[in-house]
Structure formats: structure tokens, C-alpha cells
Design a protein around this ligand. Structure first.
Ligand SMILES: C[S@@+](CC[C@H](N)C(=O)[O-])C[C@H]1O[C@@H](n2cnc3c(N)ncnc32)[C@H](O)[C@@H]1O
Length: 200
């Protein structure tokens, strides 16, 4: 098996075991990963957190975008995926746990505030309560000048997408949508959210 086939197979297996958490059979494409990474600060040694790193599809683009003094941490809830990230990307700081506990996970890693959060969680499939908790945690850990960017798949349930967008708009002062990236399975856009509003 080639080195690129092994992570794909692992992703497929985990998606079959945890369909609601993973939400797709395809890791994010390199084109979409570049689109998400574009908004990250490329200088100044930022702290960047990726939520739901899976098999690491976003990791090379994010790492390329950051300067060598940046700190890049990845949160992942699925133990086999955590093990894969730890062995295949030894330079990545992997935190095993639930993004709903983001603040606590970062505290244990000695991180207070962060400059950017990137995610490709299947937001529209998540239950409203845990989804809101995760967004609140993100707004709590981000610096006021920080940015949150995440994928939103174009096909799917339009009312769930609208619901998620409303949640973002109530949590951030600015929410922008990028053009559709057709070279992703399924095609997707990115939300870019700035100026977090204080969580209740
Ligand atoms: C759609 S996959 C994306 C994987 C990878 N980032 C990519 O773009 O291909 C979503 C990932 O988020 C993880 N995940 C889901 N819920 C999570 C949670 N509450 N906390 C942390 N990770 C979670 C899943 O295990 C999965 O690896």
C-alpha cells in the first residue's frame, strides 16, 4: 500500500465507525486546505489550533503557511486518528479530547489565548447543544484580533447550514464566505469569522 493510500483507508474506516462525528468519506482536498490556511497569520509566531485534524489533510498547508516560530496544535477526539497523527506527523502537537473542552485542553498544554482556529468539523451534522458549546469555547480562547475559519459543504441540508451561519453571526462580529471550492469532495466554501463576541 502506498503511503497516501494508508491514511485514506484509515479515514474511510473511521468514517464508517463514527459517521456523525466525521460526516464524510473524503478527507479535505489540498485546494480547500490552501483556502482555509490563507487567512492564518504568516508571520509573528502565532498560536494556531486545528480542531478535528482527522488523518492530517489540512496539516501540510497549515504548516507551510506558518513561520517556524509559530505554535501549531491539533485537537482530535478519535483515538485511532490521534495515534495516526502522532506517528505520521511527529512535529504536530496533538491534544486528544473533545473540542467542547477546548479551553481546558489548551490550558493543560500551557496555552492561554490563540491567534487562529481552523476546523473542518461536520458542523451541520452536530447536535445544536454541543455545537454551540464548541463555538463558545472557540470565541473564549481566541484573541480579540483572532480568526476562526471553517469548512461549510455546499450540498447538504440548507436549513442546517442557515442555522450554523446564524450561530456564527451571533458569535462573531464579521462572518465572510469564500467562493466555492469545486475541487473538494463534496464542494465546499470556507467561513472566515473575525472579532469574537464575548461568550455568555
Ligand atoms: C470531517 S473530519 C475532518 C478531518 C480533517 N481535518 C480533514 O479535513 O480531512 C472531522 C474530524 O473531526 C473530529 N471530531 C469530531 N468531533 C470532534 C470533537 N467534538 N472534538 C474533536 N474532534 C472532533 C473527527 O474525529 C474527524 O477526525
Amino acid at each position: 500500500m502506498t503511503t497516501s493510500a494508508a491514511p485514506r483507508l484509515l479515514f474511510l474506516r473511521r468514517a464508517a465507525c463514527q459517521p456523525d462525528r466525521i460526516g464524510t468519506f473524503f478527507p479535505t482536498s489540498p485546494t480547500m486546505a490552501t483556502e482555509l490556511s490563507r487567512v492564518l497569520p504568516s508571520t509573528g509566531g502565532p498560536t494556531v489550533v486545528e480542531i478535528g485534524a482527522g488523518t492530517g489533510a489540512l496539516c501540510p498547508s497549515i504548516r507551510r503557511r506558518l513561520d517556524p516560530t509559530a505554535r501549531y496544535l491539533a485537537v482530535e477526539i478519535d483515538p485511532p486518528l490521534v495515534e495516526h497523527l502522532q506517528t505520521s506527523l511527529p512535529w504536530l502537537e496533538v491534544l486528544e479530547g473533545d473540542a467542547a473542552d477546548l479551553g481546558r485542553l489548551l490550558t493543560t498544554a500551557g496555552v492561554g489565548a490563540v491567534d487562529a482556529v481552523v476546523s473542518s468539523l461536520p458542523w451541520t451534522l452536530l447536535q445544536p447543544e454541543p455545537r454551540q458549546r464548541m463555538i463558545e469555547e472557540i470565541t473564549r480562547v481566541l484573541r480579540p484580533s483572532g480568526v476562526f475559519t471553517t469548512i461549510c459543504c455546499v450540498p447538504g441540508l440548507p436549513h442546517r447550514r442557515r442555522e450554523f451561519r446564524r450561530l456564527l453571526e451571533s458569535s462573531f462580529d464579521e462572518v465572510l464566505t469564500t467562493a466555492t471550492v469545486w475541487r473538494n469532495m463534496p464542494p465546499a466554501r470556507a467561513f472566515v469569522c473575525r472579532r469574537p463576541r464575548p461568550a455568555p
